[in-house]
Each structure stands twice: as C-alpha cells, then as structure tokens.
Write a protein that binds this ligand. Structure first.
Ligand code: RFL
Ligand code: PHB
Length: 389
C-alpha cells in the first residue's frame, strides 16, 4: 500500500488530521491499534476551546456539535463555600463548548466514512522505518499478516503509550516531566448536573470537579491518592466525598444515582521535544500530556493538528517545506503556555499529601485574589477559552 501521509493512531488527533488533509486533496491512511468500538467507548475530555470549535466547523464536522453541544459562557472556581464565577464572555468576548471527546470522535469517524478514507483498525506491532529519508515506510500486522505502507510523511498521533515518540532516538530528543502525587477518580451518571456550569472546587477534603455531557448526564471527579483503585470506591463513597468537597450551594443540588462509568486517571505534565524527526511528526498526547485541570489536552492536540495540516498541505501540494520546518517550534510555543496554565490550575486547586500549612494558605489567597480582581479573572478566562493558534 502507498499513501502521502501515514497517520499512526485513530484518536481525535489522527482523525482530525486525516479529515483536514483529505479535504485538501492529500491522501492518508490511518493505522489504529484498537477497534472502533473501543475508541468510541473511552470517556475523556468534555470542554472545547473556541478555536477547537472553529476548527471542527472548518473540518466539516461541526453540525452535531452546534446542535447538541452546550456553549458555556463561564465557569466557577470555589474554595469551601466561596464561589468565584469566571465570566468568559464578558472578560474575553468568547465562550467554550461542552461537547464530549467521544462525540467529536464519532463525528470524525462518520465524516471519514462519508469521504471514503482508509482507516485500518486492530493493527499490531507498528514499526516506522527510514523516517530520516525521503521514503519512509510503516510496517504493521493485521490478522496475522505483515503489511508495508509506503508514504511521504508519517504523523505520530498514537497517544502517550504509542510507538511514534519512541521511534526517535533518545539522544535526539528531550523530555520534561512533573508527576503529581494524586489522580482523578471520574464517574459518569445519568443524573442532572449539580450546577449549570463547570465547578472546579478546592476544599480541605481535596479537589472535586462538577462537569456534564448534557442536561441529564453528569461527569464528576474527585482527587484520590495514586495508590487507590476503582474497586476501593463504591458509588456511595464517591458521592459522599464529592459532596464534602463542593460548596454547600452546589452540594444541595447534587442528585445521586448509579455510576455508568468509573475510572482513575493519574495526573502529569509532560513534554517531549522536538516534535519532528526527519519526516516523522508528533502530534497531541504522543508528545505532551497535561493534567486535566485546565481542560487543555484535547485542545492542544487540535492546535498541533492546525499547524501540521497547513504545513503538510504546503509540503505535499507545493513542495514548500517552510511549514514543516517551523512546525515543532510553532506548536511548542503554544504547548508550553498551556503547560503553564494547567500546572497553575492544578497547583491552585489540589491538596498535596504532606504539604505544609503555608501551601494551603497560598491556594486560599490565590482564590481570594481571583474573587476580588477582574485582572486575575481575565487572565484565567483568556487561558481557559484558549490562546490563539
Ligand atoms: P489519544 O486519544 O490517546 O489517541 C491515540 C490513539 O492512538 C492509538 N494507538 C495506536 N495506534 C496504532 N499503533 C500503536 N502502537 C498505537 N498506540 C496507541 C490509541 O488506541 C488511540 O486511539 O491521543 P490524541 O488523539 O492525541 O488525543 C488526546 C486526547 O485524547 C487527550 O489529550 C484528552 O482526552 C485529555 N483530556 C482532556 N482534554 C481536554 O482538552 N479537555 C478535557 O476536559 C479533558 N479531560 C482528558 C480529560 C483526559 C482524561 N484521561 C482519561 C487521560 C479527562 C480525562 C479523565
Ligand atoms: C470533563 O467534563 O470531563 C472535564 C471538564 C473540565 C476539565 C476536565 C474534564 O477540566
């Protein structure tokens, strides 16, 4: 098989890149390790920055998002009973869209099917060869048979545990990492959300988050030690902890019910750079991870795709390589700003085990300052709705 751009990974990064390239007449093949059902089962991100919303519209996959997604003009940060509303609309003129990553992915698969692009599922043992030559190729196993895919460029969109990043020799890249000493236990439940906007709650019992997928489907998270297992958390225990972290006003509106999904995600900040090795380009979680506190992971993947799709179109269509030469630096400039924001939000809102009493006061003072300073709120809003591409 032969194609112009081989895309490893059929998550949101790989699918959106494929969608934008094919619309511009650049041919792709997507190689995905899992089945489509499995990819569509994963419950992940819920908040789309305004730039992501515009990109999805531009990619021709915005209709259902516009019909079913929920534009949010603000969110709330709380410290015990103090609630600070960040009015995105008033402070920046923009909003975010609450629309699940699962739905974005489903919309992208549907659009790709309609265009007749090639997405190969359940591939195993993907190996990228000759990335530093003009003729890279990818080998993979499907149903026990080894295949070869020749291409001009390879896009590594295979997430944190993928093979693309590891293909680059260690001496050719640098890694930066901060691992946080806690994770998020998340549940999905068919109950109306406790608040009409997302609530990021700091409390003496740790961090909690109120989010939603629609008016009847809530998504909640609480901070848990890394040693905890999902089995340690019955639904009752979860609801009790959540309630103890939320401002009374929100806790009173909480409607409990059985969880329909429950999982624990560790929190880390991670950057691998550069994002290019010869004709291999890294995108999204394959090269950076943010803690979910700023809702930046999916959105950063989308901004990488924004830079890379323009660059690849110029390279393939016009033999103009300036875009691909600039890709890594352009993407990294935005990545580091989102890293800073996510780290700051995480530090401002979580209890760190073994922390001193000073740390707690710093969190409280930051939240109090936010409640009193429009300048501080505008800074948060500007980052939350998404910095320009
Ligand atoms: P993905 O989604 O991990 O997709 C990578 C795909 O590559 C496949 N793959 C391979 N395929 C072929 N060969 C291999 N060797 C392969 N290895 C892996 C995988 O099966 C998969 O299909 O990466 P991508 O596309 O870069 O997308 C990134 C986003 O998924 C991620 O950043 C967000 O989900 C992070 N995130 C959030 N981001 C936001 O912007 N807003 C949020 O509100 C938000 N909340 C979250 C989140 C992530 C969470 N978890 C579980 C990590 C909440 C949570 C709980
Ligand atoms: C979610 O709805 O899953 C969600 C919302 C906001 C975040 C992280 C996750 O910061």
């Amino acid at each position: 098989m032969k194609t112009q751009v081989a895309i490893i990974g059929g998550g949101p990064s790989g699918l959106l890149l494929s969608q934008l390239l094919n619309r511009a007449g650049v041919e792709t093949v997507v190689l995905e390790r899992s089945s489509r059902e499995h990819v569509l089962e994963r419950i992940r991100a819920g908040v789309l920055e305004w730039g992501t919303v515009e990109m999805l519209r531009e990619a021709g996959v915005g209709d259902r998002m516009d019909a079913e997604g929920m534009p949010h003009e603000g969110c709330v940060l709380s410290d015990d009973d103090m609630m600070v509303r960040i009015n995105f609309k008033e402070l920046t003129g923009r909003s975010v869209m609450v629309y699940g990553q699962t739905e974005v992915t489903a919309d992208l698969y549907k659009a790709q099917d309609a265009m007749g692009t090639t997405i190969v599922h359940s591939v195993e043992d993907v190996v990228i060869h000759d990335a530093t030559t003009d003729a890279p190729y990818v080998e993979y196993t499907l149903d026990g048979t080894r295949h070869r895919l020749d291409c001009s460029y390879v896009a590594g969109c295979d997430g944190f545990h993928g093979v693309s990043r590891k293909t680059i020799p260690e001496q050719k890249r640098r890694e930066f990492e901060r691992v946080y000493p806690f994770g998020w236990l998340g549940i999905l439940s068919r109950t109306p959300p406790a608040h009409h906007e997302i609530v990021y709650a700091n409390s003496s019992n740790g961090f909690a988050l109120v989010s939603m997928r629609n008016a009847q489907l809530s998504r909640y998270y609480v901070q848990v030690p890394l040693t905890d297992k999902v089995e340690d958390w019955s639904d009752d225990r979860f609801w009790e902890r959540l309630k103890s972290c939320l401002p009374t006003e929100v806790a009173q509106s909480m409607v409990t019910g059985p969880s329909i999904e429950k999982s624990i995600a560790p929190l880390r900040s991670y950057v691998n750079e550069p994002l290019r090795w010869g004709r291999l380009f890294l995108v999204g979680d394959a090269t950076h991870i943010v803690p979910p506190t700023g809702a930046k992971g999916l959105n950063l993947a989308v901004s990488d795709v924004y830079y890379l799709h323009h660059a690849l179109i110029d390279a393939v269509k016009k033999s103009d390589e300036t875009g691909i030469d600039a890709y890594s630096d352009r993407a990294l400039a935005r990545i580091w700003k989102a890293m800073r924001f996510s780290w700051q939000m995480t530090t401002m809102l979580h209890r760190f085990d073994g922390e001193d009493s000073f740390a707690e006061q710093m969190r409280k003072a930051t939240l109090l300052h936010l409640s009193q300073s429009e300048t501080a709120r505008r800074d948060l809003a500007e980052n939350y709705i998404g910095l320009p591409f």
